[in-house]
Design a protein around this ligand. Structure first.
Ligand code: HEM
Length: 457
């Protein structure tokens, strides 16, 4: 006889009917940490729906890796289809597997080596514009940087100012709209003429038309641009030789822009904030960068020697993993750790809550890059660290964004020291991504740290 299933502890909602929607919207990070304490699997009500929350790293791994084929990505991603349609981020099944095989080569390490120069040039342009004594709003500076990098890597040519402005203006509106829709307790809320919905509806056709135009232009002189979009247009299925239609390329490009801009921007802003508030760590990054680079611009080959800088990036993504919750939808009834989760249930897991679980990370709120020293990292429970997810739906841009953040820190550390200008801790603003609230940081130039003749253009 099989053992009876365990009953997950239910979190009581404070407002009947709406369930925990208000709590979740007001304080999502507090909410996911509170529910983490309710057990390996817990439930709460979101409107009429029962949401299952999976809190144990082994059970999360079961969903993402060992039993990934029993799950689809769920309502959050279904709603993202309005923007990313059937791209890698949102597609499912055999189609997703085929697309992933086609796209993966364009973001492997050997390609990223080529993108590093673009990353460095973009970072350089930003940080050389900062002068000694400036106060920089880091949360506002890193989004255009990350978007500039991902669009440059995709489209190689400089976007003309009008095109760049279209993308820069519309994308944040679209991302904000998706964030709200993912957790709306009722679907009809997506269609109400609220300011967020109306702004979303206006931004979407503008964004689409820009991306379609860029694809058409690339198709016309295919092969002339050594960039990621060309790799996508040329990628052919090894079995059938089939390539992607312009519509499919649109979906993939959009998926990469959505998945790769705000995430990496938040990671860089948090890293800068953590350096400014931990001067000893900042000094150690500067010492490493000075020793390895000897004043010249960072190259891909240098990154392997910037071990401490890497640990800073890793630890930043532990504390601020840029996805505070993700979803899955089981295709059939599944057993997770003795709990039965019914087919089609809404299942949620929080990488943010996982990364701050004291049972997994000692002193979890402490920013401690050296917890990633090999000897200490070995003692960490397996699968506890998942900033990029795992398994067949794990992030395709993990190496890309890790490289980008390391290039950002190395280039910044060569030129400037960042200092806090306020004792107020930075607020975490959460839509889909835990974004830093206003971060104002002071810039102190490290004059003479880099000789002008060493600048490679
Ligand atoms: C710090 C930066 C980033 C973080 C923390 C991050 C995190 C993640 C996570 C957690 C997932 C898995 C979602 C799930 O399992 O439901 C994911 C998927 C994905 N990411 Fe990233 N990402 C980052 C940057 C990027 C970049 C730069 C790109 C593209 C250039 C990218 C493209 C994608 C795509 C296409 C997927 C979907 C993969 C699939 O389902 O096959 N990401 N990302």
């Amino acid at each position: 006889m099989t053992a009876p299933h365990r009953v997950p502890r239910a979190m009581r909602s404070r407002v009947p009917l709406i369930g925990s929607a208000i709590h979740l919207r007001r304080d999502p990070l507090g909410f996911v940490q509170e529910i983490r304490r309710s057990g390996d699997v817990a439930t709460f009500k979101l409107g009429p729906r029962t949401v299952y929350v999976v809190n144990h790293p082994e059970l999360i791994r079961q969903m993402l890796v060992t039993e990934a084929d029993k799950f689809h990505k769920g309502v959050m991603f279904e709603k993202a289809r309005i923007l990313a349609r059937n791209g890698l981020f949102t597609s499912e099944g055999d189609f997703h597997t085929r697309q992933r095989r086609l796209i993966q080569p364009a973001v492997r390490a050997s390609e990223i080596a080529g993108y590093t120069r673009t990353m460095r040039e973009q970072v350089d342009e930003l940080v050389t514009a900062w002068a000694d004594g400036d106060v920089v709003r880091m949360d506002q500076a890193t989004f255009p940087l990350a978007l500039g990098i991902v669009t440059r890597v995709l489209f190689s040519t400089d976007l003309d100012p009008a095109t760049a402005a279209e993308v820069h203006e519309t994308l944040p509106v679209l991302l904000r709209g998706l964030g709200q829709r993912a957790l709306a307790p009722f679907d009809f809320l997506d269609r109400l003429p609220t300011p967020t919905n109306r702004a979303f509806d206006r931004a979407l056709p503008r964004f689409r038309s820009v991306i379609h135009r860029l694809i058409r232009e690339h198709r016309l002189d295919l092969g002339q641009h050594p960039d990621l979009l060309t790799s996508l247009l040329q990628a052919a299925d090894p079995d059938t030789g089939e390539t992607m239609s312009d519509e499919q390329v649109y979906d993939e490009v959009t998926s990469m822009i959505i998945a790769g801009s705000e995430t990496t921007s938040a990671a860089m802003a948090w890293a800068a904030y953590l350096l400014a508030t931990h001067p000893d760590v900042q000094r150690a990054v500067q010492a490493e960068v000075d020793e390895v680079l000897q004043g010249r611009p960072v190259r891909y080959e240098d990154l392997g020697r910037l071990q401490f800088t890497h640990r800073v990036v890793k630890e930043t993504l532990r504390l601020y993993p840029t996805t505070w919750m993700l979803m899955r939808r089981p295709l059939e009834d599944v057993d997770l750790g003795g709990y039965r989760i019914p087919a089609d249930a809404m299942v949620l897991f929080s990488i943010f809550a996982l990364h701050r679980d004291p049972a997994l990370f000692p002193d979890p709120e402490r920013f401690d890059p050296d917890r990633w020293l090999p000897d200490r990292a070995r003692t960490m429970p397996p699968h506890a660290y998942l900033p990029f997810g795992a398994g067949p739906r794990g992030c395709i841009g993990g190496a890309f964004s890790h490289t980008e953040a390391a290039v950002f820190l190395a280039t910044l550390a060569q030129r400037h020291t960042l200092v806090s200008v306020s004792d107020e801790p930075v607020r975490i603003v959460t839509t889909l991504i835990p974004m830093p609230g206003p971060i104002s940081l002071g810039v102190r130039s490290r004059a003479g740290s880099r000789s002008p003749e060493a600048v490679i253009r």
